[in-house]
Design a protein around this ligand. Structure first.
Ligand SMILES: *Cc1c(COP(=O)(O)O)cnc(C)c1O
Length: 397
């Protein structure tokens, strides 16, 4: 057997392969430069153009572009009316922002465990955690795969609670014929560089409700409006504007919107490539008894953002950390997504305890994220497959 790099052997590749990275072409660069030469660096025409493009692509009626995905989640919660005393059901297997946004509003995140096979929030677990204080569910399309929205929407409707979809991973995914963006009451995107499309930093909030849209817009812009239809104290002067609630400055610049819009033009191409690489990984690892793959949600036509391999550690002589380190030594930039949120010291300090979500905790101990992004070459994909096989087979019992 080939000697592992971690034991002094030759690594599968010479240069480190990142786990995710952006793809920027000349059209993206020109789009940003054009804004820099224009009259508006912020609050200009590019913001509305991006918002319109997002609506066209997702079939959502309204979109508000904001400064990042976390700001998008915060204004989604504010517009939903989440406040002190409310409970919001969230998934534990996600980035911290998915639950922090609930705390920003003074409300309580209630963690509901993930499904053991698809790794997205389990509808049964949501149901078990609903109380008279439950105001909303924040469902995360973990790795890009849509949650079981048929059942989640049923539950939310029956209990009259709002559904917020954290779609930071799932732009381009289609569920049961409906594009992500018009599935939930409110959907949020992130345009961080590791996500499928980027604005550098950026995010968006989408909804089909005119009422929610007005609130989202207000909360993202200081609570200030100039809209004739919304003005409460009519001063009848053209300088007049009004602050109607306590909002934030979550504006996004025109440079970011120009970049994001230009990226959106490439979404189809990005999605195709991500699907292609996912298929190659599925074929390469599907037959390996040492690895379990994330089970597909049958109704989700998924654009994968992250690719997770789950190690069947009972069949291996090494644990996740050893395999992770061995893959790094082979120059494959693997990662781990995610540490269950409530295990962080901050969440422990406010009373959360290990054991809340056993499926998420078990998955965390066994998971590794391998590289997946548009700009990967065929050789990059082969190197990842080679390295995973080399390392996992080496440590097989
Ligand atoms: C990236 C991410 C966010 C936060 O987005 P930012 O743009 O980095 O603020 C929120 N939720 C999930 C699931 C994410 O992956």
């Amino acid at each position: 057997m080939e000697k592992l790099a971690i034991e002094g052997g030759v690594p599968v590749r010479e240069k480190v392969l990142a786990y995710g990275r952006q793809y920027i072409d000349d059209a993206d660069i020109s789009a940003v430069v054009e804004v820099l030469k224009s009259d508006f660096l912020t609050c200009g025409p590019k913001v509305a153009q991006l918002e319109q493009k997002l609506c066209e692509m997702t079939k959502a009626k309204y979109a508000v572009a904001v400064s990042n995905g976390t700001a998008a989640l915060h204004v989604a919660c504010l517009a939903a009316g989440i406040t002190k005393g409310d409970e919001v059901i969230v998934a534990p297997m996600t980035f911290a922002a998915s639950a922090n946004c609930v705390l920003y509003c003074g409300a309580t995140p209630v963690f509901a465990d993930i499904d053991k096979d698809t790794y997205t929030i389990s509808p049964e677990e949501i149901e078990k955690r609903i109380t008279p204080c439950t105001k909303a569910v924040i469902a995360v399309d973990f790795t890009g795969q849509a949650c079981d929205y048929t059942r989640i929407k049923e539950i939310c409707k029956k209990k009259q609670i709002l559904l917020i979809e954290d779609a930071a991973h799932s732009i381009g995914t289609v569920y049961d014929g409906v594009p992500v963006g018009s599935l939930a009451d409110i959907t949020t995107f992130s345009f961080h560089p590791v996500k499928t499309i980027t604005a550098g930093e950026g995010g968006a909030v989408l909804t089909n409700s005119a009422e929610l849209y007005e609130k989202i817009n207000l909360y993202a812009k200081h609570g200030i409006t100039r809209d004739e239809k919304l003005i409460q104290n009519h001063e009848n002067s053209s300088w007049y504007y009004e602050q109607q609630l306590l909002g934030y400055n979550y504006r996004i610049t025109d440079m970011q919107c120009a970049l994001c819009k230009s990226q959106l033009e490439k979404l189809e191409k990005f999605a195709e490539r991500r699907k292609e690489i996912t298929k190659k990984y599925n074929e390469a690892f599907g037959g390996m008894s040492q690895i379990t793959l994330q089970k597909e949600q049958p109704k989700s036509d998924t654009v994968r953002h992250l690719y997770i391999i789950r190690l069947n550690t009972d069949k291996l002589t090494a644990d996740r950390k050893q395999i992770y380190d061995a893959l790094h030594a082979e120059n494959i930039g693997v990662n781990v997504h995610y540490i269950p949120i409530y295990l962080f010291p901050y969440y422990q300090s406010i009373g959360y305890r290990r054991g809340l979500c056993p499926q998420a905790e078990a998955l965390y101990e066994q998971m590794i994220t391998i590289p997946l992004y548009y700009a990967m070459s065929e050789k990059d994909v082969c190197d990842v497959i080679c390295a995973v096989k080399k390392v996992v087979e080496h440590y097989t019992k």
